[in-house]
Write a protein that binds this ligand. Structure first.
Ligand code: NAD
Length: 258
């Protein structure tokens, strides 16, 4: 593929898997998180060594408009082009709506929704000038369905799906596609960390809590994998997906068929 890609929130979980899968296709990679640790630079170095591509880390806090735009500008300057933007960063908070902390609502809307607006706004002029590009937004089954106690997350992810469709229409004649991937539950470190607490809370063993509590809405009763998410992003960034735009791709074990 040999393209240049920016992936927001990509030092862990789905974002890291997407970065690795694009690197395996020969893409140059800009990794991102808000941290400033030696491990972040080392991660970029290991991707570069393993796949023989240019890879670097850009520290930028996706809660802040200016930093979202700076990430895209910094990466584009270093690559001298920009072909792929993957808006992956996301956080979660669970609480009843009347108790939902305002600060958490603001953070989730900023990181899960507004960051995609800012990075897209910064990326589009470069993609237009080059004559094309690919934008993939990692939404969620919660971009299409609701669950209680996740008001901010569900609102933000529905917003991401709306943003995706609008951007796709605006750029339809520019050879720039914009699509959303909608994962169900994926076994990332974030989800793995919740299992012991759920086992304790429900007094169940691991297998039972996963099947009956965590995957209650996912008909296959299996987690999706980060590699499955990454493969779908690679496909959406390929030439064969040039006519796929403004749509959602559910990878949710049947959740949204219900
Ligand atoms: P994760 O927590 O494993 O990774 C999130 C990444 O974002 C990390 O690299 C983290 O350092 C980074 N990050 C967090 N806050 C940031 C900030 N302010 N600025 C920059 N980077 C920041 O999460 P994940 O499970 O891989 O989720 C990735 C995306 O997939 C999210 O948008 C999430 O909503 C979505 N998603 C995940 C699941 C799931 O089951 N894991 C399901 C549906 C959708």
């Amino acid at each position: 593929m040999g393209k240049a890609a920016v992936i927001t929130g990509s030092t862990s979980g789905i974002g890291l898997a997407i970065a690795r899968a694009l690197a395996a296709e020969g893409c140059s990679i800009a990794l991102n998180s808000f941290t400033d640790r030696p491990e972040d630079e080392a991660l970029a170095g290991s991707i570069s060594d393993e796949f023989g591509v240019e890879a670097f880390y850009v520290r930028a806090d996706m809660a802040k408009a200016g930093e979202c735009r700076r990430l895209v500008e910094d990466a584009t300057r270093r690559f001298r082009r920009l072909d792929i933007l993957v808006n992956n960063v996301g956080i979660q908070h669970v609480a009843p709506v009347e108790e939902f902390p305002t600060e958490r609502w603001d953070a989730i809307l900023a990181i899960n929704l507004s960051s995609a607006f800012h990075t897209i706004a910064a990326a589009v002029p470069h993609m237009k000038r080059q004559g094309g590009g690919r934008i993939v937004n990692i939404a969620s089954a919660h971009g299409l369905r609701a669950s209680p106690f996740k008001s901010a997350y569900v609102a933000a992810k529905h917003g991401v799906v709306g943003l995706t469709k609008t951007v796709a229409l605006e750029l339809a004649e520019e050879h720039i596609t914009c699509n959303a991937v909608c994962p169900g539950y994926v076994l990332t470190p974030l989800v793995e960390a919740q299992i012991p607490d759920q086992m304790k809370a429900h007094n169940m063993d691991r297998e039972t809590v996963v099947r009956q509590v965590m995957l209650a809405k996912q008909p296959t009763r299996e987690f999706a994998t980060v590699e499955q998410m990454a493969a779908s992003v690679v496909f959406l960034c390929s030439d064969m997906a040039a006519q796929i735009t403004g749509t959602t791709l559910s990878i949710d074990g049947g959740w949204t068929a219900q």
